[in-house]
Each structure stands twice: as C-alpha cells, then as structure tokens.
Design a protein around this ligand. Sequence first.
Ligand SMILES: [Zn+2]
Length: 284
Amino acid sequence: MFSLKKKQTIEYLQSSLFGNCDFLEHAFCTRRGGASQDDYKSLNMSFREGDEEFRVLSNWDRLATAFAIELEQFLVVNQVHGDAIFTIKQHGSYFSSRDELNYDAIVTTRANLAICIKTADCVPVFIVDKVKKVIAVVHAGWRGTALEISAKVIKLMQNQYRTQPQDIVAAIGPSIGKCCYEVDATAVDAFGCHKNSEYFLFPGKKKDKWMLDLPEANRWQLIEAGIPEGNIEVSGYCTTCNQDIFFSHRGSGGITGRQVSFMMIKSDNPCRALIIDSELSVIH
Ligand SMILES: [Zn+2]
C-alpha cells in the first residue's frame, strides 16, 4: 500500500514495503506544498520548465527542511530517456558541478545521499536490496521502459553488489496510467520483442493507437528478473487523472512542473553531493 503523508507543507506518498527498512528514508512527492504558482502550482522541483527560479529554490528548501536533509545531499541527474546508469561508489568524490550527468538511473550504497528522480507522467521506480543495503532510483518513460532500464539496474546490482533478487523490494510510483496513456506505432514498435507485452500494451479506441501501461511494463521487468511479486508494490495513482495531486505532462498539454521522488540510506556519516548552492539551478 502507498499512503499519503505530510511533513510540514510537503505532501508525499510512501510505500509500506519500505516500512520495514529502517535504514531508509524515501518519498514520492506530490505537487502539493510548494511556492510555485499557476501551471507550476505548487511544489515544482525543476528549473527547466519555465518556472520562476526563486520559487523552485524555495521548493527545494521546503523539501530539505521538512525531511531534515541538507540541500547539498540531494542528487539530481539530467534525465534523457536513455538507459545509462550512474553508479556512486561508497567512497571518494564522484561528481563535480561541471559534469554532464546524463543518466536515467542512480545506484548507490552511499549513505546520506538522497538520490532523486523528477517526473510528470514517467514512472519513478525505486529498488532496494534490503540485505546488502543497495538502493536504486529509475526514471522510466516509454523509451527507458522499452530499453528495459529497470531490468538493467537489477542486472547491475547483481553484477556489482551480488544482489540476490529475492532480497529486493521495489516500489513503482505515480505515473500516467493505462487509462490515459495513448501511444502510437513508434512506441509500440519499440516494445515489439518484449516478453509479456500483452499484459501492458492494449489496442486503443482510435485507429493505429494503443494504450500503454508503463507501471505494469516495469513490474514485469522486475518479475522477469526474479523479484517475487509480493516484493513489488505499485502506487495505483494515474498522474493525468489526478492533476490536483500530481503534475502531468500529457494532462497539462505540456506546460507544467515536475514532482520529485527521492530515496536515501540514513546514517550518521556526512555526505555531500558536491552541489554548489549558487549552481543549484544549473544542475537541477
Ligand atoms: Zn488516467
């Protein structure tokens, strides 16, 4: 079960599957509780969508304050609808503000680093190895899903951290649902050779259109990778049907904000993502 919670002004969802992981902090934020206005109302976490910079900064401040996490501990990447995975090692520096961070997934064992995914219809997938304490966040739109980015993250966890699939719990956050996600032949062709596509790709009402169930497509990737079905939770929220709660790119016609979802391993050891305050808007 996902449940809606609130810390200070910030309204967010949490997965009950992660409830037993006391080393974790996580939130799938809604659009509620921020300072942005109009199309970006109100917790818009992206500087790149035309919102006023001081409001986005204020939103990041509110999030950081609500969860008592330093602003510099949040790591955001340039999501590019690919399948590149950013692995952050336990020790050493890994990031300077000049780096081009073109990735759609982040994997780490590093504590006190809040790894983030921004979405407005795409799927945020959170993956946790409870035993080895490895965490991963994935941005999966149709392109990334067709590239099987969630499956690739699990393969990487198996290769680099010796993760056992049965030790994994996963939460699939709010995204556009099969009720609203009409796609054309380009997207369908990309899924052409996928196993089990009959469970997430359906004929649409219009000619040459299909309905794509992105959360279900990602759920199948996790199941095919050996994760027990009972270890996977899906939010059930459609962002387009629930625009009072979430930003939706499709539902808004394109001009809208981005909600952030983050996950962090809690620890007393300090960690900074080396993000320089004055460059926050360049990076996020
Ligand atoms: Zn919908």
